[in-house]
Structures are given as C-alpha cells and as structure tokens.
Write a protein that binds this ligand. Structure first.
Ligand code: HEC
Ligand code: HEC
Ligand code: HEC
Ligand code: HEC
Ligand code: HEC
Length: 312
C-alpha cells in the first residue's frame, strides 16, 4: 500500500475513517492502525514529482495569489510528502509574519520584559533582548553560527481542525522521526520530543557518572586556561563523533566551544525545558569500551537518516 500521501483530501478521508472506527470499536482499534509499518515508505517517482510540484515556489506563489484563505489553510504543502520538499521561501510566501513577530514588551499585568531575566539568559552566549521563538532559531546571529534549522525541521504537518495526530491517520503513519514518532503531538504544531528536546533537555549527568547538576562539576574543572570543562572529557576521551547532521554546524560548534562550556551546556542542559534529556545516538568512537552500559542499550549507533550529511 502506498501511504505517504498526506495531502488534504486524504487527510479528511483519514479523519472520516478514524471517526467511524471510534464509533465501531473504540480507540484500541485505532491505536493498532496508527503506527503502520509503512513508515517512510519509499515514494514512487510519480509521487515525488507530484510532491515537488506542490512545493515548487512558482506553484506556491500562484496558489497564494488566489487569496483563498480556506484552501490555503489546508494547502497540501503543509502535509507529507510535499512538506519534505518545501523550501523555507515557499512557506514564507504565506507566513512572512513569523519573521517579524515580537514578544510583548510587558506582560498583561504590567511587568516589563526588560526587568526580568530568565535563567537561560545568563548563558555567555545569550545576546540581546527577549525575542520571538522563531527569531531565536532562524535569525539570531548566534543561532546562525551553531545551527541551520529549516521550517520543516520542526513542522512535519499539523491538523488545524482537530489538532490531534490520531485523527489525521495518514499523516501520523508517515513519520520520518525515529521509532515512527508522530509528526506532531496533541494540540502542538510539532513533536517537541523530537525537536525541542534535542537542544533543550536536562544535562545528562547520570550517563556520564557526574552529579545531575553541571554547576557541581564545573568549578573544579574550569580555569582561565581551560574555560570549557566539558572538553576535559569530550576532547579526547568520550563520544568524539558528534554533530554530523545537516541541521547543526558541527565544526563551528567545536570552534566556539573552545572558549566557553556554555556553548555545549547551552544545548545540553543550560536551556532546559524538560526533566529528561534526548536519547542521542551513540556513535562509536576510538577507545570505546566493548560493553554497553544499560542506559545505552536502546541507542542507535548513527544519527537519523533524514539528517545525514551527504557522503563525500
Ligand atoms: C498558500 C499559502 C500557505 C503556504 C504556502 C503555507 N501555509 Fe501554513 N497556513 C496557511 C494558512 C492560511 C493557515 C491558517 C492560519 C490560521 O488559521 O491562523 C496556515 C497555518 C499554518 C500553521 C498553523 C496551524 C495552526 O494550527 O494554527 C503552521 C504551523 C503552518 N501553516 C506552517 C507552514 C509551513 C511550515 C509551510 C511550508 C512548508 C506553510 N505553512 C506553507 C497558508 C499557507
Ligand atoms: C525550532 C522549531 C521550529 C522551526 C525551525 C520553525 N517553527 Fe514554526 N512553530 C514552531 C512551534 C513550536 C510553533 C507553535 C508556537 C505556539 O504554539 O505558540 C510554531 C508556530 C508556527 C506558526 C503558527 C503561528 C505562530 O506564530 O504561532 C506558523 C505559521 C509557523 N510556525 C511557520 C513556520 C515557518 C514558515 C518556519 C520556517 C521559516 C517555521 N515555522 C520554523 C516550531 C518551529
Ligand atoms: C537544534 C537545536 C535547537 C532546537 C531543535 C530547538 N532549540 Fe530552542 N534554542 C536553541 C538555541 C541555540 C537557542 C539560543 C539562541 C540564541 O541565543 O540566540 C534557543 C533558544 C530558545 C528560546 C529562548 C528565546 C529567547 O529569546 O529568550 C526558547 C524559548 C526556545 N529556544 C524554545 C524552543 C522550543 C519550544 C523548541 C521546539 C519547538 C526549540 N527551542 C527547539 C536551540 C534549539
Ligand atoms: C568527567 C568527564 C565528563 C565531563 C566533564 C563531561 N562529560 Fe559528557 N560524557 C562523559 C561520559 C563518560 C559520557 C558517556 C559516554 C558513553 O556513551 O559511554 C558522556 C556523555 C555525554 C553526552 C551524551 C549523553 C547521552 O545520553 O547519550 C552528552 C550530550 C554530553 N556528555 C555532553 C557533555 C557536556 C555538554 C558537558 C559539559 C557541560 C560534559 N558532557 C561534560 C563524560 C564527561
Ligand atoms: C546547537 C545545539 C548544540 C550545541 C551548541 C552542542 N550540541 Fe551536542 N548535540 C546536539 C544535538 C542536536 C545532538 C544530537 C545529534 C545527532 O542526532 O546525531 C548532539 C549530540 C551530542 C553528543 C552525542 C554524540 C554522539 O555519540 O552522537 C555529545 C557527546 C555532545 N553533543 C556533546 C557536545 C559538546 C561537548 C558540545 C560543545 C563543544 C556540544 N555538544 C554542543 C546539540 C548541540
């Protein structure tokens, strides 16, 4: 069965089928359907051509020029497989506002943003005032140095009507995330466990045999000559093959990391929104011990195929 066709028509079809299934046999039946093994099924040449035609900038401009809000809201570029071929420019034809959005200067209760400081704003790498979320990930000078996120890194399709991945069955089954994690989660526009968590998880101290808090280790390791305590262990000993993915600037990260551990810590605990950390792939490195620790038993040995760097 060819299932990687999450266009709007199919999406509605999926919703209708899902509703019938719930009426018939409850959600258990539905749950059985969702993680279809056709995950990342290969598309036929014809399907790829179709997806590229939908994502084509010229075609997007033509559809946008019609100014039909209802059609645009369900434009097939929002869904698999077309979204995989969408360049940022194509999304921005209709969503330019996200480049200029600003947070409020003061909270509704009157607290000025300039008078408060969040803990992550104390990182050495933080510059400027509080900014819009999209700006911090796509446009801030620092983000441009360490990463290169595109719209479809995070946005893999979403459902503006039900906001549930379980209703949009075809899209849910067409995931390119590890272990077929859903393209977005309930009432979210993305899947936070596969996006945010990668760079906003907790410091994985227990996996390193270190205290859970980096502050408890940091002071003992860092001097003006060795400003990055992480490199005490991560320059020559452990997990040396890292960041070889399309959405990070791996070399630049190592370069910037020479002067401050806040570069590393920033993405590995210093901007923590979660109590857990991401289960990173565990790339073999020279001198890696033969026996795998328990916590690492389920880990992949390579980065997601979706983000693999082109082979030289
Ligand atoms: C032809 C115009 C058009 C294009 C191209 C387009 N969108 Fe949209 N998009 C819309 C409209 C209209 C809405 C509905 C906005 C609303 O109701 O506030 C929408 C909604 C969204 C939403 C919010 C959904 C929600 O739940 O409120 C996201 C996220 C989104 N689009 C992302 C993207 C991404 C990523 C791309 C590129 C892959 C893209 N869009 C391309 C017109 C477009
Ligand atoms: C780092 C992940 C990430 C990237 C990259 C990203 N987005 Fe989003 N986007 C989100 C999240 C999360 C939300 C939901 C924000 C909310 O609920 O307030 C969102 C919300 C939106 C919305 C709904 C309106 C709004 O401002 O809340 C639109 C439209 C949108 N994104 C378009 C885009 C486009 C176009 C791009 C590329 C130029 C892009 N996004 C890049 C994560 C991302
Ligand atoms: C690939 C790494 C990466 C991913 C994925 C990522 N972030 Fe970030 N995030 C960063 C970096 C780096 C910064 C700091 C940028 C700067 O200092 O300019 C940041 C900053 C932020 C900020 C601070 C904004 C401010 O101006 O104070 C928020 C909030 C945030 N991220 C939320 C999220 C959410 C929510 C997601 C998932 C939808 C997400 N991030 C995904 C790397 C990432
Ligand atoms: C005392 C040595 C030591 C220091 C200091 C150290 N690490 Fe580690 N780190 C390790 C070891 C050991 C591992 C686990 C190696 C393995 O996979 O068996 C590890 C693993 C990791 C992992 C992967 C975790 C996972 O779950 O896959 C990340 C990310 C990481 N370290 C980041 C950092 C950062 C960022 C710093 C500084 C803020 C730091 N480390 C400081 C020794 C250290
Ligand atoms: C912009 C965010 C960002 C910064 C800055 C960053 N990392 Fe990472 N790191 C990641 C992400 C995302 C991954 C997972 C990449 C993947 O899937 O292969 C990762 C993976 C790792 C891993 C696991 C390696 C493996 O086996 O694949 C280690 C160890 C690590 N980082 C240490 C560091 C150290 C040390 C620094 C500073 C020199 C640093 N990180 C800076 C985001 C970041």
């Amino acid at each position: 069965m060819t299932t990687r066709k999450g266009d709007a028509a199919r999406a509605f079809g999926g919703a209708a089928i899902a509703a019938t299934l719930i009426a018939l046999g409850g959600t258990a039946l539905l749950a059985g359907l969702a993680p279809r093994s056709a995950q990342a099924a290969t598309l036929t040449d014809e399907q790829i051509k179709e997806a590229k035609a939908i994502a084509d900038l010229g075609a997007v401009l033509a559809r946008a020029a019609k100014g039909d809000y209802e059609r645009a809201k369900w434009d097939p570029i929002h869904f698999k497989p077309a979204i995989d071929y969408a360049k940022d420019e194509a999304c921005l034809v209709c969503h330019k506002e996200i480049l200029s959005a600003k947070p409020r200067a003061a909270s509704p209760a009157g607290v000025k943003a300039t008078q408060v400081e969040a803990w992550y704003q104390t990182l050495d790498t933080y510059a400027g005032a509080q900014e819009d979320f999209h700006w911090r990930h796509l446009q801030s000078p620092y983000s441009k140095q360490v990463m290169t996120l595109s719209c479809n890194f995070c946005h893999q399709g979403n459902d503006t009507r039900e906001e549930s991945p379980h209703v949009l069955t075809p899209a849910a089954a067409n995931s390119d995330w590890p272990k077929a994690a859903s393209n977005f989660t309930l009432r979210k526009m993305v899947n936070p466990s596969e996006t945010c968590l990668r760079c906003h998880g907790a410091f994985p101290g227990e996996n390193m045999g270190l205290p859970a808090k980096w502050e408890d280790t940091r002071e003992a390791l860092e001097t003006p000559e060795t400003p990055n305590g992480c490199l005490t262990c991560h320059a020559e000993q452990f997990r040396l093959n890292r960041h070889a993915v399309t959405y990070l600037h791996g070399q630049k990260i190592e370069e910037l990391g020479k002067t401050s551990s806040d570069v590393c810590y920033g993405c590995h605990g210093g901007r923590q929104w979660y109590r857990i950390s991401y289960p990173y792939p565990r790339h073999p490195w020279q001198g890696m011990p033969d026996d795998t620790p328990d916590w690492a038993k389920d880990r992949s040995k390579e980065s997601d195929a979706r983000f693999a760097l082109p082979k030289k």
